[in-house]
Design a binder for this molecule. Structure first.
Ligand code: AMP
Ligand code: MG
Length: 415
């Protein structure tokens, strides 16, 4: 495959081929740890969780109303029952319910053993202890059966599922206090570049603020990762090599930005091949062509390009699937939409492009997408107000107004 923009002759991998190679290289974290449910949001479950109880544990009322036994009741006529007690949520009625009797009952309260019907309070008339029921009430209704949500012994959540807020509720409803999860993926990241300056310092000529570390620390915000920010390392061979080796000792993954290209001060590939194994690629995508993937000892290494938009795109499409795989979480497919493009887009064949766009939806449901502005891989402003990528395949040679294009949402939407 030839990138016609740069007239470069080095073969480039398609993104699918690159993802496959990473996928084959990565081994899921095997260690797990037991934590409290409170700490478990976003963690990857290592063992199945079964329910030791039925939910509901007992038959209970689905409505506020009156509970009774339907036996002997003729619903063709009105009828009157004698209220003999109350079943509150948390305080069941303890007596026996006889023919001709009912109990006042509230939502979630246990049904007396003899009762099989609950009639909504709105449908009855109350005359002190006497409850008047209208004709044609629905018998056998408004009852939550024992175990209708979850049967004792059944699977609540399968392993390798990343626990969501909803799972937290589900597990708590079964009284699960502890879960066994995969240990966190340990990730170190740092920026490389002599021109980079930290926040709080004035910029001298030729300097820029290090924005990539802020982007990455945001993108790495995930309960299944434990992250070490190693700061900025200058373009110095020895310092870089020392940092790589130090990080590789106690992390599963190193992510660097900058210096991954082939400039005079781009040492990443060279050091990686010196200290570990390197699978340095040019991937046929834009932005984000130069990307170093390899291993130092047991630690995976991703050397991302320096340009800020390339960092975001390569992280989302290449690094993140790898981190999820490592963490044990299933790799999901991104939801893809087709939209009518309202901008003309320039593109040369040779690389799959992730142009930044603004997606909207018409009243008739049709999706429209417009370019979010300048598409340089240094232009953070145009990605900051974009909500999607317009994904243009390798062979595409530009888009006319009205053409249909593939769109990926920038936010995480997977299936
Ligand atoms: P490099 O890959 O080192 O050649 O960097 C490519 C471009 O990205 C250059 O314009 C760098 O100044 C810029 N760049 C590299 N690292 C960062 C960073 N951490 N924050 C912002 N821009 C960066
Ligand atoms: Mg650099």
């Amino acid at each position: 495959m030839i990138d016609q923009c740069s007239l470069e002759l080095t073969p480039m991998l398609t993104i699918d081929a690159a993802l496959l190679r990473i996928n084959e290289a990565i081994e899921v974290i095997s260690e797990s740890e037991k934590i409290t449910l409170k700490e478990a949001l976003g963690r990857v479950l290592a063992e199945p969780v079964y329910s030791s109880i039925n939910i509901p544990q007992e038959r209970n009322a689905a409505m506020d109303g009156y509970a009774f036994s339907s036996s002997g009741i003729n619903t063709k006529k009105t009828f009157i029952l004698n209220k003999v007690g109350v079943s509150w949520a948390g305080q069941p009625f303890k007596g026996e319910l006889l023919a001709g009797q009912c109990v006042r009952i509230f939502t979630g309260a246990v049904l007396p053993a003899e009762a099989d019907s609950v009639i909504m309070q709105e449908h009855v008339q109350v005359d002190e202890q006497l409850i008047h029921f209208p004709v044609e009430v629905d018998l056998g209704q408004n009852i939550r059966e024992m175990g209708e949500d979850i049967k004792q012994g059944s699977l609540l959540v399968a392993p390798l599922h990343k626990l969501t807020a909803i799972d937290m509720g589900l597990l708590a409803s079964a009284g699960i206090e502890y879960v066994t999860v995969k240990r966190r993926v340990k990730i170190a990241f740092f920026s490389t570049g002599d021109e980079l300056v930290g926040l709080g310092q004035a910029l001298a000529s030729g300097q820029i603020y290090d924005s990539n570390r802020y982007t990455l620390s945001g993108l790495l915000c995930d309960a299944s990762y434990s992250v070490t920010d190693m700061g900025v390392i200058p373009d110095n061979r020895q310092l870089l090599q020392d940092s790589f080796l130090e990080a590789a000792q106690n992390h599963d993954v190193i992510i660097t930005t900058g210096g991954a290209s082939v400039g005079e001060a781009d040492y990443v590939k060279e050091i990686l091949s010196h200290c570990g194994t390197v699978d340095f690629w040019k991937i046929a995508i834009k932005p984000g062509k130069p990307l170093a993937f390899g291993k130092i000892g047991r630690c995976y290494f991703f050397g991302l390009p320096g340009n800020p938009v390339a960092v975001i795109v390569t992280f989302k499409y290449i690094v993140e699937p790898a981190l999820k795989q490592l963490a044990g979480a299933p790799i999901m497919n991104r939801i893809q939409l087709t939209a009518r493009c309202t901008s003309s887009l320039k593109k040369a064949p040779g690389r799959q492009e992730y142009q930044r766009g603004i997606l909207s939806q018409e009243m008739n449901g049709e999706f429209l997408v417009a370019s979010s502005g300048k598409q340089g891989s240094n232009i953070l402003s145009a990605i900051s107000h974009a909500n999607c990528y317009i994904v243009l395949p390798i062979e595409c040679s530009g888009v006319q107004v009205g053409d249909k294009v593939r769109v990926d949402l920038i936010g995480d939407t997977f299936y």
